[in-house]
Design a binder for this molecule. Structure first.
Ligand SMILES: [Zn+2]
Length: 307
């Protein structure tokens, strides 16, 4: 039997009512793990407005940018970028980036559901970054500071050789110049695509921070949503002061793993900044919009006796 010509309704060539974003483009609401306790999250068409996943208010994108990506209604902290953080924290034109061209290589030739080499290329294109941390020297208030700022948008802020090396180098520069250090973390942990090379960064970064500390130089660790696993197990938890953004998820192993291992019910609010502050791990919870002022005050206090 002859094949019936396929009936057309004349719709095949019509553009969809809402043009879907290209596969690689960021959705209107960034894909960030939802804060514990919130599961309401819906994609909305790209446009000028973003729906807050916490209070569900619509926020004008420009307003959200101007408020450092903090919801003006409920103070929900949206995911932001390393460069946006640096711009909001440092004095204008004071930031000098270090090791800007350092790039990860696929030493293990890792292939799985996706090849590491392809992932690197994609994330470089998507974010405009070379890797998941930006480091440099900048001025906050009256203080020059060695800074490392992680960017969760690049492979979940995972710590591979480049992240570890850049952080180690900037801490060493800070030690040499007798400057305080600030690291702003945002990471899912060690970068599994780099296997053991990634795990070695825990020891390397921790050693650089210990040496910095032995020279009586202060180090402030700032935790943002989320800071977990290998990063929390190394430099993020080594601050003389450890501060966090509100409601950030902070921990080592995931809650499910801990629950299965310990066979016990986890307390409410487990692995949030607020929970950890109550128990003494975190010294202060500071909203992003106040961070510059507070860091500047802490530096005044901590650097009073630096020569
Ligand atoms: Zn909100």
């Amino acid at each position: 039997m002859a094949k019936q010509p396929k009936k057309t309704l004349g719709l095949e060539t019509v553009e969809p009512a809402v043009t879907p974003p290209p596969a690689e483009q960021e959705p209107a609401i960034e894909k960030k793990p939802v804060s514990p306790g919130t599961t309401r999250r819906r994609d909305i068409p790209q446009g000028l407005w973003t729906k807050c996943p916490e209070c569900e208010e619509m926020i004008f994108d420009k307003e959200l940018e101007e408020n450092e990506k903090v919801c003006p209604h409920c103070s929900h902290h949206f995911l932001t970028t390393a460069y946006a953080r640096i711009a909001s924290l440092t004095e204008p034109e004071s930031f000098e980036e270090f090791d800007a061209d350092m790039m990860s290589v696929d030493t293990l030739e890792f292939t799985g559901t996706a090849a590491y080499a392809d992932k690197l290329v994609k994330h470089r294109e998507k974010t405009g970054l070379k890797d998941a941390v930006i480091t440099g020297i900048g001025r906050i208030g009256g203080h020059e500071v060695g800074m490392a700022v992680m960017d969760f948008n690049f492979l979940g802020g995972s710590m591979g050789s480049v992240v570890g090396e850049k952080i180690t180098r900037i801490v060493e520069v800070a030690t040499e110049r007798r400057l305080p250090a600030i690291i702003i973390s945002s990471s899912g942990g060690a970068r599994m695509y780099e296997g053991m090379f990634s795990l070695m960064q825990l020891a390397k970064t921790s050693a650089a921070i210990a040496y910095h500390g032995r020279q009586n130089l202060p180090y402030i660790s700032v935790l943002t949503h989320p800071t977990t696993a290998g990063v929390m197990a190394s430099y993020a938890s080594l601050g003389d002061l450890i501060i966090s953004e509100p409601k950030a998820m902070i921990g080592f192993a995931g809650p499910r793993v801990i629950k299965d291992t310990t066979q016990s019910k986890l307390p409410e609010g487990f692995q949030t900044a607020e929970f950890l502050m109550e128990r003494g791990l975190i010294d202060a919870i500071i909203p992003r919009t106040e961070l510059k002022k507070r860091l500047s005050e802490y530096l005044d206090y901590l650097c009073g006796n630096l020569g």
